[in-house]
Design a binder for this molecule. Structure first.
Ligand code: GLA
Length: 384
């Protein structure tokens, strides 16, 4: 048993006085490039990280649902009727939202109650998709015990629907897709319109590189505020330019967009259109083994998010600048923005020095102590 399975087994046993029927695990993610492109039907390139949610689950013969987690150590009780009435609150909105979304999308599915225990080592609120990790761990577990036979793309859609409706965050499908389609040493190249997936080998290890994540500890919230506002600006831009989604534009359309749109909307559109292009160029660079070119695209992505999409914060900019000054191959903020994490791709031997340097720079400015750690591309959601 791994640490995660031991924890949930103990939690399950203490809460329900029984051994669990099985264990499932689903990882969080970092996004290498392709930010705010997913809900514009565009391209993303995340990878599943070596930090995950582990669940223990047993199906029940009735409609009751019992949930416990290491987040609050208190058993939450519900049932499928309450779930169908969308009665969710707190962290249980993630697992219950998944049970609801399955019922909504598959009215004929034979759903039953279950007992569930959840533990996670994906940091919460850091922009590493701790929520998608819970959703996908529960989705693969329930898919197995209810015998639904749903494929991975459908599980990702179910997770996104739970996030949008049960949790109330208007997010795209990147996080859930990364969590289900992840593979060791590879990134998940996803077309968010068709959900066509290609695993792109990264070769960071072989090149002597690591991906360092720096959690700035600046907390973000996607259910309200800036994220929703950016999404609306993108929809406005697409409507004004007469396309279904910004994915349908290329950089050649930008001069026309600049003439038609107000300055702010134009810059939002420009970010998305150029970011889609950078994802495609990144995939080409990685396939060619040109990691330096990929690093420059990471840098350009950060500038675009800072200046055009305006979703960075001073802490993220300072991490990126510090990484670049220390010789990182590339650096950028990752995730939805307004806080969370930045990433830097750099030689393995230099990660510790950069981490120490970032800690010093933050201390000098009187900012909250950041948390640096490396992540490696890992396998996606699965039964253990
Ligand atoms: C959050 C959302 C994703 C995506 C990113 C930005 O992580 O959950 O769907 O929109 O922000 O790329």
């Amino acid at each position: 048993m791994t640490a995660g399975t031991e924890t949930v087994a103990g939690l399950f046993q203490a809460a329900y006085d029984a051994d669990p029927g099985g264990f499932w695990r689903a990882p969080g993610r970092v996004n290498l490039i392709g930010e705010h492109t997913d809900y514009n039907d565009g391209f993303v390139l995340p990878f599943a990280i070596d930090r995950a949610t582990t669940v223990a689950l047993s199906p029940r013969d009735d409609d009751r649902i019992r949930l416990i987690s290491t987040f609050d150590d208190r058993v939450v009780e519900s049932d499928l009727t309450a779930v169908d009435r969308r009665q969710f609150s707190g962290w249980s909105a993630y697992p219950l939202g998944v049970a609801w979304a399955i019922g909504e999308r598959h009215p004929d599915a034979r759903r039953r109650g279950f007992d569930l225990a959840v533990d996670s080592d994906v940091p919460v609120g850091a922009g590493l998709s701790s929520s998608a990790a819970i959703e996908m761990a529960v989705a693969v577990a329930v898919n197995d015990v209810w015998g639904l036979g749903l494929d991975r793309a459908e599980l990702a859609r179910i997770g996104q629907r739970a996030e949008n409706i049960a949790v109330g965050a208007p997010t795209g499908i990147m996080d859930q897709s990364a969590s289900v389609f992840g593979e060791r040493d590879a990134a998940v190249f996803l077309d968010c319109r068709s959900l066509a997936v290609e695993q792109v080998p990264l070769g960071f290890d072989a090149a002597g590189l690591v991906l360092l994540v720096i959690d700035t500890k600046v907390e973000h919230q996607h259910a309200t505020g800036g994220y929703r506002d950016r999404r609306e600006a993108c929809e406005r831009g697409a409507a004004a330019l007469g396309v279904g989604a910004l994915r349908d534009l290329t950089v050649d359309d930008l001069p026309r967009a600049e003439q038609l749109l107000d300055d702010v909307t134009y810059r939002r559109v420009k970010h998305v259109v150029t970011e889609d292009a950078r994802v495609l160029q990144s995939v080409a660079a990685l396939k060619a083994g040109d990691l330096n070119r990929f690093g420059r695209l990471m840098d350009a992505s950060h500038v675009s998010m800072r200046d055009d999409f305006e979703i960075s914060v001073p802490q993220l900019d300072v991490v990126v600048e510090t990484a670049q000054a220390a010789g990182a191959i590339g650096a950028r903020m990752t995730g939805g923005g307004f806080g969370g994490c930045a990433i830097a791709l750099l030689p393995a031997g230099e990660a510790e020095a950069l981490a120490a340097r970032v800690l010093r720079v933050f201390a000098d400015r009187g900012w909250h102590e950041p948390v640096p750690f490396t992540v490696s591309p890992s396998d996606g959601a699965r039964a253990l």
